[in-house]
Design a protein around this ligand. Structure first.
Ligand code: ASP
Ligand code: MG
Length: 477
């Protein structure tokens, strides 16, 4: 019986983007083996491959099969090159190239089908999108074998069972857990490193599904929860989760410890470090996640955990912003005390397929205000005007209108809950910069405060609020 602690490690597209990157990943695998872990490796497709595969489906839809064949050629060349650079043995090379050929032919055939019927169903899109991961794990597993680390590639279509929601499928826990245990545990017990595709899964009848773009993190979390593993490490191309976007705030730093709730708010508001669904399976299982940098492996990265005992009073952890939003306001005296206005308003918004990242309502009940992406604002206004046409005619609702582009700035920190005065400090900072706050929302979880400001103020606002983090860190340090 293998007594080593299990460690699921997921490597993103840039971490396996070329042969040099894969060499680093092999070194990391070797290191953790030496440290006494038994790793399960989960891989994304090589950087850009998923995009390329999906772009090809567009070409096929436009009846440009010639372009699909070009893309197929380029994908073959790219994967062949990695094989040539990593694997010295002729036999292994030939074997791998055959597998690459098979997968690329499958890709071309699916695209041919799209070309013929002129339509790509979500189902065929998933079958195509997952081919990048299938290519990647075969190459990397063989590379490990060739380097003396026993490994086996496994397609997660054999491990994770989902419903039929193509392009964002939902895992079915019991069935998946059984398959994961049955398949992976014996391999791990023989000290063989499983190299598993991220992103893909399958329905019960074996049709390929995907967990959504960027879903390999989620794959790793699912495997971690089902095995269960001691830890899950997400290896990416940055040092961890940052206090702010370094393109806006040059002195942004890596956050050492974040709670799942905090990262949840950050992921939601555009910090795309970890896929937002990643946390859920691990919370119940009490498994911690580390975010680490393949290109700087000595950096400890960010630790994500359920609770942290290192919470500083009033600590602001991070500030992020999402651009491209507009605020929609429904206002009128006739709304006062009338039940159901909000329900109808959000019903009308939902009918357009738009999701709402922020809502505020004044206690006077004379207006409801919420954010929607700028790109859907026209559709949303049309839908609201229809839904409330009677109230608009009787002047119970005076008007429904939208702002120009605004930005939502979100400030995250779990200790904000227990600390009065945080909002005051934030607004003080903004006030001293002369930045006008258009709307405010605080989640009832009190893990975050979101403020809506004019697009032009984004950089200054984020920098000003980040100063509150820096001064705190200096005090703490
Ligand atoms: N390769 C997939 C994507 O690009 C999944 C992932 O990388 O997480 O979306
Ligand atoms: Mg990613």
């Amino acid at each position: 019986m293998n007594e080593k602690p299990l460690l699921v490690m997921k490597f993103g597209g840039t971490s396996v983007g070329n042969s040099d990157a894969m060499k680093r990943v092999k070194e990391i695998v070797k290191d953790v083996l030496h440290e006494g872990w038994m790793p399960v490796v989960v891989l994304s497709a090589m950087a850009g491959v998923t995009d390329e595969l999906l772009r090809s489906t567009e070409m096929a839809k436009n009846r440009r099969y010639d372009q699909v064949l070009q893309a197929a050629g380029a994908l073959t060349t790219r994967h062949y090159q990695v094989v040539d650079e990593l694997i010295p043995e002729t036999e292994r090379k030939v074997f791998l190239k055959q597998q690459i050929d098979q997968l690329i032919s499958m890709f071309a055939e699916y695209c041919r089908a799209i070309d013929i019927i002129g339509e790509a169903t979500p189902r065929v899109l998933d079958a195509i999108a997952g081919i990048g991961e299938m290519l990647c794990v075969r190459i990397f597993a063989e590379y490990l074998n060739s380097s003396g680390i026993p490994a086996r590639s496994i397609d997660a279509t054999k491990l994770i069972v989902t419903d039929h929601s193509y392009q964002a499928a939902h895992p079915i826990r019991e069935k998946s857990e059984r398959k994961v245990k049955e398949t992976l545990l014996p391999i791990l017990q023989s000290n063989i490193v499983p190299v598993v595709t991220g992103f893909i899964a399958a329905t019960e009848d074996g049709t390929t599904t995907t967990l959504g773009r960027g879903g390999s993190d989620y794959s790793a979390a699912l495997l971690g929860a089902y095995l269960p593993a001691a830890e899950v490490w997400i290896w990416t191309d940055v040092d961890g989760v940052m206090t702010a976007d370094p393109r806006i705030v040059p002195d942004a730093t890596t956050i050492d410890v974040l709670t799942f709730r905090e990262i949840g708010e950050l992921a939601y508001y555009g910090a795309k470090v970890v896929h937002p669904k990643t946390m859920q399976p691990l919370i119940d299982a009490g498994i911690i996640i580390r975010v680490r940098n393949t290109f700087n492996p000595t950096h400890p990265g960010t630790l994500l955990t359920l609770e942290t005992d290192r919470q500083l009073d009033g600590e602001i952890k991070a500030v992020t912003s999402i651009k491209g939003q507009a605020l929609v306001t429904i206002e009128g005296r006739g709304m006062l005390g009338v039940p159901g206005v909000a329900a109808r308003a959000f019903g009308a918004v939902a009918a357009t397929g738009t999701s709402v990242p922020l809502i505020t309502q004044a206690s006077s009940e004379q207006s409801i205000c919420f954010a929607v992406p700028l790109s859907s604002v026209e559709t949303v206004l049309r839908s609201l005007n229809e839904a409330f046409s009677r109230e608009l005619a009787t002047r119970d609702i005076d008007r429904i209108w939208a702002t120009d582009e605004v930005v939502i700035v979100t400030i995250v920190g779990a200790a904000m809950r227990s600390t009065p005065g945080i909002a005051g400090r934030i607004f003080g900072k903004l006030g001293s910069q002369g930045i006008n706050v258009i709307a405010i929302a605080q989640g009832s979880s009190e893990v975050s405060i979101s403020i809506v400001i004019d697009k032009a103020d984004e950089q200054r606002a984020v920098r000003a609020i980040h100063e509150l983090i820096v001064s705190k860190n200096e005090k703490a340090g």
